[in-house]
Design a protein around this ligand. Structure first.
Ligand SMILES: CC(C)(COP(=O)(O)OP(=O)(O)OC[C@H]1O[C@@H](n2cnc3c(N)ncnc32)[C@H](O)[C@@H]1OP(=O)(O)O)[C@@H](O)C(=O)NCCC(=O)NCCS
Length: 443
């Protein structure tokens, strides 16, 4: 057998081994999430070890000087198996597209029930964190409040405590898992409290341990009675959860976590990145932009008037929010999933119609302008319209919901990084003088 063929066979055996470990539980009793992880970790550690032994010294594409100056765009630099983003096809979660996940996800009621109960039991936030939120001025952006509260949860971090007590590296993932479960469980209470404080929506109801996460989140915000909104939250939480490892929020969490900062500190960093207008804040920006457009050119404006408004945005030196992407080169499947939801539940909504009208106009304008590499809509072009339809009209709050969802991806990554012993991240930087010197003699 040639060495190349042997390598392919070894690789496919290894993948089959990891896949079978991933999908087959050995126990007859329904395993908890933590028990399943404990079952999976040895095979994944072995997989990484063998992959590094076989390919570790191979070159993985050239690095261009432009990539050093250009925000490391496209530089192969990270490992994250939870989700992979294809420029043409969009996101896959553990190898599954969004429609495939939609088919598969609701079919594990037993697991969902026990997980929901576990999260409900962990959902309360400490009094001092409630106090921090209650003392925030309503003028402080909800994302800043969110980040403050999440960072403060580090007060009770199981990982920080275990580290102080000298926990072995091999056990890091266990207290990290506990912190991540606490983090996810507490987010509805934090988000609900911020929403009600800032917008004067009364007291928070209690979490219902017999209902799922999306229902509880919707209820804490005050929308639990609207079953379509709860359904929307199930879709929203899933499609915003993860988008590969290199986007700002996922990468910020991974980077900070690599210093062994606990999951609350690491996710606080993710939230601060998500709060930027080129990232998660774009879903707030889209709605603000649409409203401004409506007040300038009126409702039911002609295609010509919309086109003119888009050009005016570009000529004013601003970006068209909700369009473009650092990796994607086609319409974002997360946009399409939301469009499908809207076609089913709110086809006549005027703002949804405007979003559809813009979809027909913006890509052409961006192509004609000639700068954006991707003229197509991303996830943020649609989400705000759906939330507005059900009465959640406070745009400044939208990114908080994105943050609640993104916690699932960042938490999974933090757990796996600790389980697989991911090292401290420390890329090398170069000065412009060094670049000039390196290439001086090579011309
Ligand atoms: C997402 C985004 C930040 C990606 O940035 P990027 O990887 O640098 O994108 P590109 O390589 O295509 O950018 C090339 C140029 O096109 C511009 N461009 C990209 N998307 C644009 C948009 N939607 N509107 C106007 N200009 C855009 C960039 O600002 C850049 O201009 P510059 O050369 O003057 O700096 C960018 O598309 C953007 O700002 N979109 C709007 C904000 C948004 O929706 N963010 C959410 C992303 S999920």
């Amino acid at each position: 057998m040639s060495s190349a063929l042997r390598s392919v066979v070894q690789q496919s055996r290894r993948s089959a081994f990891v896949r079978s470990a991933r999908f087959a539980s050995t126990s007859t009793k329904q395993a908890t999430l933590k028990e399943r992880l404990a079952e999976l970790i040895p095979a994944e550690i072995q997989n990484v070890k063998e992959t590094r032994a076989e390919h570790g010294k191979k070159s993985f594409g050239p690095v261009l000087v432009d990539q050093l100056y250009g925000g490391m765009r496209g530089l192969p630099a990270l490992i994250w198996d939870g989700s992979v983003l294809d420029p043409e096809e969009g996101i896959r979660f553990r190898g599954k597209t969004i429609p495939e996940c939609q088919q598969l996800l609701p079919k594990a009621p037993e697991q969902v029930t026990s997980l929901s109960k576990d999260w409900a039991a962990r959902a309360a936030i400490p009094d001092f964190v409630e106090d921090i939120l209650d003392r925030c001025p309503p003028t402080l952006h909800p994302m800043s409040q969110f980040s403050l509260a999440v960072t403060a949860l580090n007060h009770d971090s199981a990982f920080a405590k275990a580290y102080q007590q000298g926990v072995s590296k091999k056990e890091y993932w266990q207290p990290t898992f506990e912190d991540c479960m606490d983090l996810i469980a507490k987010l509805p209470n934090i988000a609900g409290r911020i929403y009600r404080n800032v917008y004067g929506r009364g007291k928070l109801p209690a979490i219902d341990a017999n209902k799922d996460y999306a229902y509880n989140l919707a209820t804490l915000l005050g929308f639990g009675e609207k079953s379509e909104f709860v359904e929307l939250m199930r879709l929203y939480l899933t499609i915003h959860s993860d988008h590969e490892g290199g986007n700002v929020s996922a990468h910020a969490g991974k980077l900070v976590g690599s210093a062994l900062s606990d999951p609350f500190l690491a996710f606080g960093a993710s939230l601060n990145g998500l709060a930027g207008p080129l990232h998660g804040l774009a879903n707030q920006e889209v709605l603000i932009w649409l409203r401004k457009m409506q007040s300038k050119i009126g409702q039911n404006a002609s295609d010509e008037a919309v086109k003119e408004y888009v050009w005016a945005t570009l000529k004013g030196g601003q970006v068209v929010p909700g369009y473009g992407h650092a990796v994607l080169r086609k319409t974002d499947p997360r946009y399409s999933a939301q469009r499908e939801f809207a076609l089913k539940h709110l086809p006549e909504d005027p703002l949804f119609k405007l979003v559809g009208q813009i979809y027909k106009i913006v890509p052409g304008v961006l192509l004609e302008a000639g700068k954006a590499k991707n003229p197509w809509p991303n996830v943020d072009a649609h989400s705000g319209v759906l939330l507005t339809h059900y009465g959640l009209e406070e745009m400044q709050f939208y990114t908080v919901l994105f943050g609640v969802s993104r916690a699932f991806g960042v938490a999974a990554q933090l757990i796996w990084d600790r389980a697989l012993g991911a090292p401290l991240e420390r890329p090398k930087s170069y000065s412009t003088a060094a670049i000039q010197k390196i290439f001086k003699d090579k011309q």
